[in-house]
Design a protein around this ligand. Structure first.
Ligand SMILES: [Ca+2]
Ligand SMILES: [Ca+2]
Ligand SMILES: [Ca+2]
Ligand SMILES: [Ca+2]
Length: 647
């Protein structure tokens, strides 16, 4: 197969002809991908230049609905003791110790804002009074039930000073700056790195390795499963080009949009940065760099591009749905508030996996709370370890419950780097047991992209054009692992075990199914051959570990209540106490003169249910009900019971 060799002509994966609107990509995957994989394909792709433009953004007020307000704070442990992913220590920095700017001069927090959480039992009136006394005002209610607010400080007060003033008030649980998080990729020139190599394996080198030491074993894993459209990966990022032809079919559609959740017409996700329903990236203004426009589109494609479709790139999980949650604009940082809201959106809309390819050196309670809730809801969280060539912790990667992904690959893989270089630590990757849980390739990753206004100003094509880029960064290792998690959940579903294997067990499989790292000659402390807690992920080994041995019996509902409704039916409700049930079974008995007849099953409901209406009751009878969680392993024996007497 001929390929694009001339470095002076071909700078990118996509070649723009003089008419600009016709883009031609010739992609050749020279070797067979196995039974289900794309075989020796060539694709001649053409795209319309301006097929997509951003919709007019509208502002709306954000009110948390009752479902959000009632979400319980998960106190104490999350039941995952002994899982290193959940045992990470978090030390919250004193506000005094948070510098106003990071090492490269970017602001560490939003100026003039604080996130405040009141202790429970403080009235709204008293909350207002306290904020007022401190010379601030409430800008936004984050969660009224938990007393969480975003407040604006009066002019001239520094954020650290105000945070200390707020924190010293007895009724306030915490007050913290609205920390800005930054994307973990390399500067512009790196993601636009030219196709100057001789390889015809643009992606295959990292999916299937050029030697055993660098092998993700994707092709053999794909022979077992290629993913499921029931598995949802939330991509918290700069937005996703939802009409990109190599993404569109895999973009999540909200099955039950209603506006009572504060998100109106959130059909394909949400833009938490601009507070609108269009999660496509902002294309920039052509003057301020616009370096982040492509980022979320790229990350989404790494995890779950439309695959085996004779077009563009393959994603790790071919059929998963991508839920685009935009928290960044084209340039600059994403505030903690937007990130926490996006995580909570993912929980409320039943995402299975969350990818977070960004970070900050600063911990925040608002994000760590949201992550704790997501873990408790059974979501697998994956984040980039960071690109600072250090052993420092980056957050969210290092919060408990998040898999932190470092990167391999040094030198330009596509221009013929050696196998040793493929499996070595990427020169920029974070390292060490505190910072990195597992690793995946991070150099010369190929994925879906969109052109920015700066690209247009540089004569590279019309802004908004769908295209493909190369990228370097742990930003792109993270979605390889998020995609792996989606493959494992799909495999569980295929085996009839969906829901029965906890997220905790899936995380353990990801950590365990790893290859030891190759020799890293670095002499820095915590670097060297064991520069990550666990080794390089191996998709095949992980998929093979998904089986019924991972299923454990579910826990009983925390409580069950039964009431007679106005229409004479019995309304049962319960509190879900299990993370791995496939549904609930409802049993009923009659109670007379102190003795209870035998319990008979009367219904089974799915695992998202927490109530049931029994409309087959007679009047004047005392009924006893039991509700048990079940999965393929067992019906839980510690059922919870309630009795009720019909009128
Ligand atoms: Ca909605
Ligand atoms: Ca938008
Ligand atoms: Ca494709
Ligand atoms: Ca449950």
């Amino acid at each position: 197969m001929g390929f694009l060799y001339n470095p002076h002509v071909i700078r990118r994966l996509v070649v723009y002809g003089p008419s600009v609107l016709l883009l031609i990509v010739v992609m050749t995957l020279a070797r067979s991908f196995g039974q289900n994989g794309p075989r020796s394909q060539h694709s001649l792709l053409t795209f319309d230049g301006l097929a997509h433009a951003l919709m007019g953004d509208t502002k709306k007020s954000l009110e948390r609905d009752s479902a959000l307000a009632l979400r319980k704070e998960i106190e104490g442990g999350n039941g995952d003791q002994g899982n290193p992913i959940h045992d990470k220590p978090v030390v919250y920095a004193s506000v005094r110790d948070i510098p106003a700017h990071d090492d490269v001069g970017r602001p560490n927090y939003v100026a003039g804002q604080l996130i405040v959480r009141f202790r429970s039992g403080v009235s709204h009136h008293r909350q207002d009074e306290i904020v007022d006394e401190l010379g601030a005002r409430i800008l936004r209610t984050l969660d009224a039930h938990r007393g969480e607010y975003l407040v604006v400080l009066s002019g001239g007060v520094s954020v650290p000073t105000a945070a200390q003033q707020f924190a010293s008030v007895q009724e306030i649980d915490f007050a913290e700056p609205n920390i800005l998080h930054y994307i973990n990729d390399l500067p512009n020139d790196s993601y636009y790195a030219g196709f100057d190599g001789q390889s015809t394996e643009l992606q295959r080198w990292y999916f299937n390795g050029i030697d055993a030491a660098s092998n993700l074993n994707a092709e053999a894993a794909w022979n077992i499963t290629t993913g499921s459209s029931n598995i949802i990966i939330a991509v918290i990022d700069t937005g996703v080009a939802i009409n990109h032809p190599d993404l569109a079919a895999n973009i999540w559609t909200n099955p039950g949009d209603d506006s009572s959740d504060g998100y109106t017409n959130d059909v394909h996700g949400w833009d938490f940065y601009n507070n609108d329903n269009d999660p496509n990236p902002d294309l920039g203004d052509g003057t301020s760099g616009d370096g982040d426009v492509f980022h979320g589109t790229f990350v989404a494609g790494v995890a779950a591009a439309v695959s085996d479709n004779h077009r563009g790139v393959v994603g790790v999980s071919w059929h998963s749905k991508i839920m685009p949650l935009k928290v960044f604009t084209n340039t600059g940082g994403a505030p903690a508030t937007a990130i926490a809201e996006a995580i909570r959106f993912a929980i409320d809309h039943q995402a299975n996996v969350i990818n977070m390819s960004f970070g900050s050196s600063v911990t925040t309670r608002i994000i760590s709370s949201a992550i704790k809730e997501a873990s408790a809801a059974g979501i697998i969280l994956v984040a980039a370890a960071g690109n600072n060539n250090s052993s420092n912790r980056s957050y969210p990667a290092c919060y408990p419950g998040v898999i932190s992904v470092g990167g391999t690959g040094s030198g330009s893989v596509l221009s013929g780097g050696s196998a040793a270089n493929m499996s070595a630590r990427a020169s920029f990757s974070e390292f060490g047991p505190k910072a990195v849980d597992v690793v995946a390739p991070a150099v010369d990753i190929v994925s879906t992209a969109i052109l920015s206004m700066t690209d247009q100003a540089n004569g590279e094509g019309q802004a908004g054009t769908y295209t493909y880029f190369y990228g370097n960064g742990t930003s792109f290792s993270s979605p390889l692992v998020a995609g792996e998690a989606a493959l494992l959940l799909a495999r569980a579903e295929e085996l009839g075990l969906d829901g029965a294997i906890s997220a905790d067990s899936i995380e353990r499989v990801i950590l365990k199914a790893t290859t030891p790292l190759g020799d890293d000659p670095t002499t820095l402390p915590d670097a060297g051959p064991n520069w990550a807690n666990h080794g390089r992920v191996d998709f095949l080994a992980a998929v093979q570990q998904i089986n019924s041995n991972l299923v454990t019996a579910p826990c009983a509902p925390a409580k069950v209540s039964a009431e007679v409704s106005d229409t004479g039916t019995v309304e049962l409700s319960w509190t879900d106490g299990s993370k791995n049930e496939q549904g609930f079974v409802i049993e009923r008995a009659e109670k007379e003169n102190g003795s209870v007849s035998s319990f008979e099953p009367i219904a089974e409901v799915d695992r998202s249910s927490t109530n049931f209406t029994d409309d087959s009751v007679s009047s004047g009878v005392t009924y006893a009900y039991r509700v048990a969680a079940f999965n393929v392993a067992a019906t839980n024996c510690t059922r919870r019971a309630a009795t009720v007497t019909t009128p």
